[in-house]
Design a protein around this ligand. Structure first.
Ligand code: IMP
Length: 460
């Protein structure tokens, strides 16, 4: 069977920990979208592993697959694999022949375009994700399978590289940065990517992901499908254009692996929720507390009183939750839980279960709020309106919960659900009722042992 893990908010919900937890019972962990823009932190045996491309399950000796829906930067892939090996692990990672490769020009163009977009910039991770997916849709991309066929690789590069040079110089009116000259040079790219192709072939890493995964399902193995990013930055269901260029929602799990929708639909789809909100990037965020210069629209830190209650609350949550980007180190915007956003996510992916993370981060606050609904153009609405401009006009209507105390969360994790402070349980039960979805797991700390497990998604 399959278990699909989907971020219910804006990414950074703590999916890595849940994937790691459920990964124990999985035989294969496959990613279905995104690339090295994802930041997954896995804590295991007091060791912290920060991964951006390699599926988290690789830390635990599972087969990792990068599905056809991913965009793969081979340099990052091999760097991460080499680092894991240096730390004594033996990661077994396969890459779909149909996945698209990120080339150095994608990263350069990502940076140039973000600079030019000004207010429309998404605040990307600069990893070339958008430009790589553009080339995929424009039928000028280079796929992983092409890297192992030198003639095909050269033909593709000869077609596409002059276009990239022209894009930079003629469309964006920029010069090719001298330090990135090789990123726009057919011969240099050919040599670099041909070598990647050789290494992929030598290590027997290239697979047809749909066939590979279906064989596992047919053999009654457990396949975990690991979504990166989150629903509200999904290119179709998110706050366009402040989104990533792929589908983190559960539909992406079928397109991005080659498993049929009926196969994925027979399994479980777990929505990962963080008990508050965080966001790296721009666009509206109705339940935001305080702001982050350069990301919160119209926020200017000059005139801000850092001691104002809302600012202090934002700083408290940001520091307690370590809300600084895993990949970029940028401070994240933070806010109260946004329930309309979660209703939208639950519907778009059809969640069968929830994992709620980081309730420990909110411990010690007198009051915990949630945005229960929005007031939108004078009307109360319970879900996210379809355009981002409409979403920007929504004002959150809050519900208030009594806070819960700081406790020994490791002891709570050992004892189980009833040991969670009562007010936190009320918060969780409210959430489960609003989303009409049972809670399967509750994260009460960063380690995977610090999880209260209520239900396993796998068949017994
Ligand atoms: P890109 O994916 O680098 O193109 O960035 C597009 C948008 O998605 C930006 O707002 C990023 O901050 C956001 N984003 C991309 N990856 C992640 C992630 O793993 N967590 C949170 N936000 C992300």
């Amino acid at each position: 069977m399959t278990v699909t893990i989907v971020g219910a908010q804006l990414g950074d919900e703590g999916k890595g920990g849940v994937v790691d937890l459920y990964g124990d019972a999985a035989d294969v962990v496959a990613r279905y979208q995104g690339g090295d823009n994802a930041g997954h932190t896995v804590v295991y045996d007091d060791e912290e592993y920060k991964l951006s491309l390699v599926p988290s399950g690789a830390v635990r000796g599972k087969i990792g697959v990068l599905g056809n829906g991913c965009v793969v930067n081979p340099e990052t892939l091999f760097d991460e694999l080499d680092q894991l090996r240096e730390r004594g692990l033996e990661p077994d990672v396969r890459v779909a022949a149909r996945a698209h490769a990120i080339l150095p020009y994608h990263r350069v163009i990502d940076g140039i375009e973000e600079d030019q977009k000004a207010d429309l910039a998404a605040g990307t991770t600069g990893r070339g994700i958008g430009p790589a997916y553009e080339d995929k849709a424009g039928r000028r991309g280079i796929r992983i399978g092409d890297l192992t066929e030198p003639d095909v690789l050269r033909q593709r590069l000869e077609y596409v590289v002059p276009q990239k040079r022209a894009l930079v110089t003629e469309v964006f009116g920029a010069a090719i940065p001298t330090e990135h000259a090789d990123a726009f040079d057919v011969d240099a790219l050919f040599e670099q990517y041909r070598r990647y192709g050789e290494r992929l072939a030598d290590e027997d890493m290239v697979v047809d992901s749909g066939t590979f995964l279906q064989q596992r399902v047919d053999a009654d193995e457990n396949v975990l499908l690991e979504g990166a990013q989150g629903t509200s930055i999904d290119i179709d269901h998110g706050i366009y254009p402040y989104v990533t260029s792929s589908n983190p929602t559960a539909g992406g799990a079928t397109i991005g692996t080659g498993l049929g929708p009926t196969v994925v639909g027979q399994g479980e789809v777990i929505g990962i929720v963080k008990a508050y909100l965080s966001r790296v990037g721009t666009g509206p965020l109705p339940t935001e507390l305080g702001g982050v210069e350069g990301q919160t629209p119209g926020y200017d830190s000059e005139g801000v009183d850092e001691d104002a209650p809302e600012e202090r609350l934002a700083t408290y949550i940001r520091d307690e939750g370590g809300e600084y980007g895993t990949v970029t180190g940028r401070p994240r915007r933070v806010g109260w839980l946004d329930v309309p956003m979660l209703r939208h996510a639950a519907r778009a992916s059809g969640f069968t279960g929830l994992a709620v993370n980081h309730i420990d981060v909110l411990a010690g606050l007198e009051e915990v709020k949630v945005g229960h609904s929005y007031e939108f153009d004078g009307e109360a609405v319970e879900t996210v309106p379809p355009t981002t401009e409409q979403w920007g006009r929504c004002e959150a209507t809050y519900r208030s919960f009594d806070g819960w105390p700081e406790v020994d969360w490791s002891a709570v994790a050992e004892s189980g659900y009833e040991a969670i402070p009562e007010n936190a349980r009320s918060y969780l039960e409210y959430l489960s009722a609003e989303l009409d979805t049972p809670i399967y797991a509750i994260g009460v700390g960063p380690g995977r042992e610090e999880t209260v497990i209520l239900e396993s998604p796998y068949d017994d």
